[in-house]
Design a protein. Sequence first.
Length: 461
Amino acid sequence: MTKLRLAIVGAGPAGIYAADILLKAERNFEVSIDLFDHLPAPYGLVRYGVAPDHPRIKGIITALRDVLDRGDIRVFGNVRFGVDITMDDLKTHYNAVIFATGAVRDADLRIPGIDLAGSYGAARFVSWFDGHPDYPRTWPLEARQVAVIGNGNVALDVSRMLAKHADDLLPTEIPANVYEGLKASAVTDVHVFGRRGPTSVKFTPLELRELGELPGVDIVLYDEDFDYDDAARDAVASNKQVFVIDKVLNKWRERPAGTASRRLHLHFFAKPVEIVDDGAGRVGAIRYERTRPDGHGGVVGTGEVRDLPMQAVYRAVGYFGSPLPGVPFDKKRGVIPNREGQVLWKGEPGSGSASANQQLYGVYATGWIKRGPVGLIGHTKSDAMETVRHLINDLGNWWHPAEPSEESVLAMLDERGIEYTNLEGWHRLDQQELALGTAEGRVRIKVVPRDEMVEISRGEG
Ligand SMILES: Cc1cc2nc3c(=O)[nH]c(=O)nc-3n(C[C@H](O)[C@H](O)[C@H](O)COP(=O)(O)OP(=O)(O)OC[C@H]3O[C@@H](n4cnc5c(N)ncnc54)[C@H](O)[C@@H]3O)c2cc1C
């Protein structure tokens, strides 16, 4: 019987769902899957993106873990594609590869002052508070007034984590350094800026509602932002999500002015146009232009520019994928170019096919690196189904590896001295984190330094 030796690069939800779907799919060939991740622990942004105070979503890890625990997928952590293994290696050992490498960095926001000290990308802050091993252990939280640019759920996560009192995060899995950092935070006011109106936000109602329930944090809204036009009123009447968001916001407007030590301000129709230097190369203020509805659901600038003093600015304007060596990349969209998960490439110049997008046989993509960094974890499942369907149908076009045995991959990694971790290692690390939590009366405390994660996983710690 034909056997598919498949490499999947990226052990986030997209990679794990792809493996699971393939193993359960109707097919007339055997399957053997190796799942690689450059982190020593699996689960991608579920572990290192989803906010620690969202235990229900973090709980998706249990379902992903169940898939891995079945034991029919080999896991190789601490192995970076492009450094430890290359495309040529994959072609030597596998019939095909699925890239599920997600997106980890911030999309650009090109406004003057964006590079000033005190101006940060949300993705870096998220990586810090979620204990990502490749980010600094400390985070500067001296600012009293902080701006967050963006009107999506990541902007809400960042604002909530900045505004929330550190002790209210103790029941979560936040690492000790993050608790200490947040505990020392000087923040009093977090200002969230969206260039469109309240009926055009990308927040989900559940996440928005949560803001209004933070202990010791008042929500501040501005009446001038609630002068709806017909398009906004139509949106409230016709879209259930918008209806709920509008209701939540208006309920908050009715609350009496609070006396909490921290405030979370939501500014709508406010388009940041510049981050103003304080004269010493640091963030001093945010400059924004008031916008107004254009009558068609969009906004136009009014020309009225305002400044609000700030000492830090976070941009939460989206994530962006990173190129992988030897793999086609769409620089504009930050994705691997593909047709329903089949990776496409433009033929070499001079080959007569330079203008056509052709299928790059044996190479597939799924998840955020396939479709761009939008959508929830559940969406990566439908992504994976589509990609796996093509992989199965392309049987005749797979690679013909010179060394297809499972042992040959272990030999290659060992020969290179790569300190890879495996599923057993993840269990060890998981147990250690749970034990650290129990000792402090908490559910879990994450181990952050990469070398410690690797040592524990490999049973060397
Ligand atoms: C801040 C934030 C909060 C979110 N909150 C929610 C939420 O509450 N609910 C929800 O449903 N969704 C949420 N999401 C979205 C969710 O995280 C994504 O939909 C999902 O994680 C995308 O899955 P993925 O597998 O494509 O990518 P990822 O989860 O990013 O996984 C990619 C994996 O590839 C690995 N990798 C990358 N490059 C390499 C390489 N060169 N070699 C080897 N491995 C590599 C990475 O280490 C990572 O493990 C949130 C996202 C963010 C950013």
